[in-house]
Design a binder for this molecule. Structure first.
Ligand code: ZN
Length: 263
């Protein structure tokens, strides 16, 4: 059965032309961490197990078959080698920061773009989860950053996942961490200039799969690209975020025979 499934996956990959060209609805307005989409939610009393019941708009959190995050491992993964299809067009950018009650979110200038398999995406924002949301062979990293991009034509999202492991201090992170808002605030403070490319690991080999937002409304419109190589952050840096957000990670969801491509 496993062999047969693998065979079918190869066939569908070949006939689809590109692995991610099928199956995305054209939702125009889904943006991660946007509380205006529905009711209140959090990681405590109104936690992930309840999200599907908190609003009609959140139903897919409970009954969706392509939810994120997931456990990433080599079994059932198609090894595509290096796909060489991530074309970064990021710039040194003025950053604004906000604690939106669910995470620390950083908003860069609007002129940062990413091309994935020929499709253009705009970098909207990046934010952090503690511990990591995706797990590798069942193991969490202490932190994960999500760089959220949107295709302005289709509304589809492409999210880059970056794992952080404990190690040497992360100088780029320091630019943001020196001004970390401890409480929920709508205020945006300009915190400095960085090029978002500096956040990413040197090795761009990544796990890729079709999934969802990891927060309500859990829309299944995300091309996930999660880098295998982790970057480092010092224990002090990790602790500083953990003090504000002890746990803002959604538990892993069923993979449901989805194809993961490594490349
Ligand atoms: Zn996220």
């Amino acid at each position: 059965m496993l062999q047969r499934r693998k065979f079918l996956q190869y066939v569908s990959l070949a006939t689809a032309g590109t692995a991610f060209s099928l199956g995305f609805p054209s939702l125009k307005s889904a943006v991660a961490n946007d509380k205006k989409e529905g009711g209140e939610w959090n990681y405590d009393q109104l936690g992930p197990e309840t999200w599907g019941e908190l609003s009609p708009d959140f139903r897919v959190c409970e009954n969706g078959s392509q939810q994120s995050p997931i456990n990433l491992e080599h079994e059932g993964t198609l090894h595509a080698g290096s796909l060489h299809d991530l074309d970064f067009n990021y710039h040194l950018s003025v950053l604004k920061i906000v604690n939106n009650g669910h995470t620390i979110q950083v908003n860069p200038d609007p002129d940062n773009h990413l091309k994935v398999e020929g499709n253009n995406f705009d970098l909207l924002q990046f934010h952090f989860h503690h511990p990591s949301e995706h797990v590798v062979y069942g193991k969490h990293y202490p932190m994960e950053a999500h760089l959220v991009h949107r295709n302005p034509r289709t509304g589809e999202l492409a999210v880059l996942g970056v794992f952080f492991k404990e190690g040497p201090e992360n100088k780029i992170l320091n630019t943001i961490w020196k001004d970390l808002p401890e409480h929920e605030s709508k205020e945006h403070a300009i915190i400095g200039h960085i090029n978002p490319l500096q956040f990413l690991p040197v090795n761009k080999i990544a796990y890729r799969y079709n999934g969802s937002l990891t927060t309500p409304p859990c829309s299944q419109i995300v091309r996930w690209i999660v880098f295998e190589e982790a970057v480092t952050a010092s224990k002090q840096q990790l602790d500083k975020f953990a003090k504000i957000f002890p746990n803002n990670a959604r538990p892993v969801q069923e993979k449901n025979h989805r194809l993961i491509i490594e490349g």
